[in-house]
Design a protein around this ligand. Structure first.
Ligand code: S3P
Ligand code: PEP
Length: 463
């Protein structure tokens, strides 16, 4: 791994970083996985640590930062807005912030690569500052809707000019005289909520965001830790977060907890690998993120939560996972926000559960890095698994442990989670499962292959 900050944030390409040609990988049946899976830092917390570091006056210290491409793009962007961002060693970073309202105007286009979180939070951060910035991203991000943040940011007084349909590239002109906003989010989205709260930081007065279902709360936690006045309440309209604008944010010391969304992959691998026992230590089990683990318990997964404790202000536990005979379940739609990124993995796992697994209320999956419902359904069918596609979800008809035929090729559509979910499914399938391009895995989990190989997983380049 390069040791200097400059190397870690080299200019992004339009294609996934790394090798030029698509990286086709095949996962072969791998019974008896064992060992310890040390998961990297949480992606959501890592983005926010860099952004809050930039908005605080003074030096923020971060340990355990996820050094995936998405987060490195945010680090590079924070430099463009005036912060001094330094890498001291693996996961150890410092940010010398400029303060809310004192952001520099970037001299060039901000390329957020594959990251919806990066671009949407950064647009929120700058929308109430008297500067302009132009944003773009890779072929996946340029298809994703930005109107969901541009609409509320316009209420603060910001203006955007971009491609039709609210697509990147776009230029955001920050408000000269921002006004605070009261906004009810039309979809369950922590990115939209966070963009509004970040914009509210530099608007005088009280900004309120109301969400029908509570989404991940890392922004609120960090705002409070940095000294902002934030109150959270349940109202007839929903879960409301009120923020008083123009605080002086103090710099934080952030110990990034280990990512429950990344942990989902080795956890699922152990569940489908006959005879497996894997320890996954120190996983963040913040209730706004832990829905996948609740669902696994309902399916009968043998997962012990050992040594529960608090680390860096988040509840964490060590997960000991054993190969399990799973039963299909109906996932309550209201659980979706707490496991939104885990549905592709759950669907692949459901293929070897006994009976149907019903996943509804997840239309948001259609606007992620890929249309994750369509990509998952196509990948399952290519590997002989029966699945029904619904407008807002899917039902997987599992036939029990060891029943997944495999042998198919999965189109990953620049989507790291599709690539990882299907490789994990292959570890318990009868014939190898191949993914057409594993390069996007580097956006969130650069050490995925090494970590999985350490457990005994057979994931190899495919011809
Ligand atoms: O706020 C965040 O850090 C994230 C929010 C979620 O997106 P939405 O806000 O679009 O649901 C999630 O899918 C993404 O991986 C990270
Ligand atoms: C949806 C995801 O990320 P983002 O929206 O930040 O691209 C994800 O990591 O699964």
């Amino acid at each position: 791994m390069p040791s200097s900050t400059t190397d870690m944030t080299a200019a992004p390409a339009d294609e996934p970083r790394g090798e030029d040609a698509p990286l086709r990988l095949a996962a072969h049946a791998s019974p008896g996985l064992s060992g310890t899976a040390t998961i990297p830092g949480d992606k959501s917390v890592s983005h926010r640590a860099l952004i809050f570091g930039t908005l605080a006056v003074g030096e923020t210290r971060i340990t355990g930062l996820l050094e995936g491409e998405d987060v490195l793009d945010t680090a590079r962007a924070m430099r463009a807005f005036g912060a001094a961002v330094t890498r001291d060693g693996p996961g150890a970073w410092r940010v010398q912030g400029v303060g809310t309202g004192a952001l520099a105007e970037p001299a060039d286009v901000i390329d957020c690569g594959n990251s919806g979180t990066g671009v949407r939070l950064i647009m929120g951060m700058m929308a109430t500052c008297p500067i302009s910035a132009t944003f773009t991203g890779d072929g996946s991000l340029r298809h994703r809707p930005m109107g969901r943040v541009l609409d509320p940011l316009a209420l603060f007084g910001a203006r955007a000019v971009g491609r039709r349909g609210g697509l990147l590239p776009l230029t955001l002109v920050g408000a000269e005289a921002p006004v605070p906003v009261r906004y009810a989010t039309p979809m369950a989205s922590a990115q939209v909520k966070s963009a509004v709260l970040l914009a509210g930081l530099n608007a005088p007065g009280e900004t309120v965001v109301i969400e029908r279902e509570a989404t991940r709360d890392h922004t609120e936690r960090m705002l409070m830790a940095a000294g902002a006045e934030v109150s959270v309440s349940e109202t007839p309209e929903g879960h409301a977060i009120a923020l008083t604008g123009r605080p002086e944010l103090r710099p934080l010391t952030v110990a990034v907890p280990r990512d429950p969304s990344s942990a989902a992959f080795p956890v699922a691998a152990a569940l489908v690998s006959e005879g497996a026992e894997v320890l996954v230590p120190g996983i963040c089990l913040n209730p706004t993120r832990a829905g996948f683990y609740t669902t696994l318990a309902e399916m009968g997964a043998e997962i012990a939560h050992e040594n529960p404790r608090e680390e860096g202000g988040e509840p964490v536990a060590d997960l000991r996972v054993r190969f399990s005979a799973l039963a299909g379940v109906e996932v309550p739609p209201e659980r979706a926000p707490s496991m939104i990124d885990e549905y592709p993995m759950l669907a692949c796992l459901a293929a070897s559960a006994e009976g149907p697994t019903v996943m509804r209320g997840i239309a948001e999956l259609r606007v992620k890095e890929s249309d994750r419902i369509a990509a998952t359904v196509a990948g399952l069918r290519a590997n002989g698994v029966a699945v029904d596609e619904h407008e807002d979800g899917m039902t997987v008809h599992g036939r029990g442990p060891g029943s997944v035929p495999g042998g198919g090729l999965v189109a990953t559509h620049l989507d790291h989670r599709i690539a990882m979910a299907f490789l994990v499914m292959g570890l318990g399938a009868r014939a190898p499962v191949t993914v057409d391009d594993a390069r996007p895995i580097a956006t969130s989990f650069p050490d995925f292959r090494t970590l999985m190989a350490g457990l005994g997983a057979r994931i190899q380049p495919a011809g």
